[in-house]
Design a binder for this molecule. Structure first.
Ligand SMILES: [Zn+2]
Length: 390
């Protein structure tokens, strides 16, 4: 399983001299689609073409060895349709990382560059929180861990069964007493479950939570949830605790997550457009976004899913510029052209812990150029803001 540290390490990689950073994404063919041989033929074609390019450009033997190894691996993956793969390699730096991914890539792709191509990785992992699904009823609680598309059942909690058959007093009184005590025990059980969730959150065991609980118990259980835990709640589903299967957990979890991500994206697009219009904590267009990234203002970077733009990068200080200038306006050294600015801004965003949001089906967002950022602060308005507040 790929971790945030893995991605960050890849984002920090910067090739120099003859280093070749090779990124390979392999998407298996769905059984319902064309024959899976198609993908392996495509993969082989891509790699052979890259080998040819590498020879033409006089790239070092390391790149060729890496590509050959990828070709061999792609042959071995043919039989496995359940997993997509990502390989990041730079032989001259003795680097080879291979990861399993959920089979949700748009297609099989290969990139040879100075940096690793992380957009697809960010696309698959972006907004893929570490999710817990907690199923609760009056007697039990079961906890499932859902990360990417892997499900693991964790602990289960049970409440102690009520004592029965101790009725030697007045029948009416006893019945009421027994009921109260069952109710107390259920409440105690709900409190335990809520406490378990609170501790899980504090330990960083999950980022987001989905609760499976029947309508009739929900109100009472919800009242026990810690406010911090409630904030992490993505949704609730009505489910039978005893019979829920891993397959259901995966399906339901992914569905709720997808819906909430779509809503989240939509809200952020509205937010950034409104902030940019009012000259608040939002900027739109490549030039402004690059500037904000450079001065560390950006909290969330929003890009149209197929965004791409030319830009230049300073080989010395790393400055990125939307104007195709030959010399860096910051340090005066020569710049080099980037065919796609994403090659540089995606790793820069990952290194700076900027949330990356890929926007789709938002016509208004395309109209503003397909790139925007929500800011933590606005450097040029800091003084004004303080003055206005005082
Ligand atoms: Zn420079």
């Amino acid at each position: 399983m790929i971790s945030r540290e893995d991605i960050r390490a890849l984002a920090e990689f910067q090739g120099s001299g003859a280093d070749c950073a090779i990124s390979f994404y392999y998407q298996p063919e769905r059984p319902s689609n064309k024959s899976h041989r198609q993908q392996s033929i495509l993969a082989k074609d891509l790699v052979r073409q890259a080998l040819h390019e590498a020879e033409k450009n006089g790239r070092n033997g390391w790149a060729r060895a890496d590509l050959q190894r990828i070709l061999d691996r792609a042959g071995e993956w043919q039989g496995n349709r359940a997993r997509a793969k990502a390989v990041f390699a730079c032989g001259s730096r003795d680097l080879w990382r291979e990861f399993d991914l959920p089979p949700q890539l748009a297609n099989t792709q290969l990139f040879v560059n100075r940096r690793f191509h992380l957009k697809e990785l960010a696309l698959v992992l972006g907004g893929q929180p570490h999710l817990w699904l907690a199923f609760v009823d009056r007697h039990r609680a079961r906890f499932f861990d859902l990360q990417l598309d892997e499900v693991k059942e964790r602990e289960a909690l049970f409440r102690t069964l009520p004592r029965r058959g101790r009725g030697d007093g007045f029948a009416g009184y006893d019945a009421g007493h027994a009921e109260r005590s069952v109710h107390d025990e259920v409440l105690h059980h709900f409190k335990n479950v809520a406490e378990f969730l609170k501790q899980g959150l504090e330990k960083g065991a999950f980022d987001r939570l989905i609760i499976g609980c029947q309508d009739i118990y929900w109100h009472e259980f919800e009242a026990q949830l810690h406010p911090y835990v409630k904030k992490r709640l993505l949704g609730r589903l009505a489910a039978e605790v005893g019979s829920v299967t891993e397959e259901q957990v995966r399906e339901q979890g992914e569905r709720i997550l997808r819906e909430s991500l779509t809503q989240h994206r939509h809200d952020q697009v509205r937010e950034v457009l409104s902030q940019a219009r009012s000259n608040g904590r939002g900027v739109t267009g490549l030039r402004r976004v690059l500037r904000s990234l450079e001065i560390g203002e950006v909290q969330v970077l929003l890009m149209a899913e197929n965004y791409s733009a030319h830009a230049v990068e300073c080989g010395s200080c790393g400055h990125l510029d939307a104007h195709m200038v030959r010399y860096c306006p910051v340090c005066g050294r020569s710049t080099r052209e980037l065919e796609d600015v994403c090659e540089a801004i995606v790793p820069a965003a990952i290194r700076r812990d900027v949330e990356l949001v890929y926007v789709k089906q938002e016509p208004e967002f395309d109209q503003i150029g397909g790139i925007a950022a929500l800011l933590r602060f606005r450097a040029d308005q800091k003084k004004g803001g303080v003055a206005a507040a005082s």
